[in-house]
Design a protein around this ligand. Sequence first.
Ligand code: ADP
Ligand code: ZN
Length: 289
Amino acid sequence: MIYGAIEAGGTKMVCAIGTAEGHLIDQLTFPTKDPAETIPQLVAFFQGKSITALGIGSFGPVDLRTDSPTYGHILDTPKLAWQQFDFVGALQRELKVPVGFDTDVNAACLGEMTYGSAQGLNNVVYITIGTGIGAGIAINGQLLHGMLHPEAGHILMKPHPEDSYPGFCPYHKACFEGMASGPAIEDRWGEKAANLQDNAQVWALESYYIAQALVNYIMVLSPEKIILGGGVMKQKQLFPLIRKQVAEMINGYLKTKELEDLDNYIVPNSLNENQGILGALELAKRARF
Ligand code: ADP
Ligand code: ZN
């Protein structure tokens, strides 16, 4: 059987079809425009490909409550044309297959749990640090939803004593996203994050905020593995810095086999940037009318 998958981002849509074993057969990316333009492009990609079901990992916020009248809609996004848009309904009407739906980060988490380094684990946090910061969370094998869905990029941060930067988030200033996203780095240092590779101070501060967020996730969610992706995490020198500061911040309070092996506990994504689309494929396999 062939399944369809969409990784729906604010800037681009990645579409793919693949097998139940997670083999991607055909993939296409196009820019995210208004729904009136983008939905027909998505439909055209899948039409005639005989997909059994479709899975979508979407930018948010989204309504994931299956008993809600607005299930599958995009909620109050700054992308105005997508506000209150019935994303699942629009595709289901055209393609007439069951549609699985979750956040982009939950899909990425599911991709890593199904095909990547989190296989066999039931409690996993997947964090993307890019234009924004978000986390996909699985607890007891289930992707975490709740009243809306986690917005774990907006946890409040204790500023570093030597950091006078007020924070970039329009809602919270110094939340995790406000202090550590790509745009926050660029705003703080007046230079694109990718061009700051050799400035040790940048990554010392960045790893301090990431470690602080991870410690909070560890204390609340008790994950068995934490996976980090997104543009900013292309700076691989962050990983040892983050692990060291996580150990220092936990300060011996927790003693687990996972924390004794931080190199295998805090890890980069493992699927060659296909974690989101493979997670969406898994959402398709689980979708029912
Ligand atoms: P998005 O979050 O928009 O889906 P990305 O995950 O690629 O996309 O994140 C884009 C952000 O990551 C930008 O703010 C950019 O400055 C930053 N970024 C991209 N490449 C790098 C790099 N090599 N090093 C550090 N930051 C990077
Ligand atoms: Zn915020």
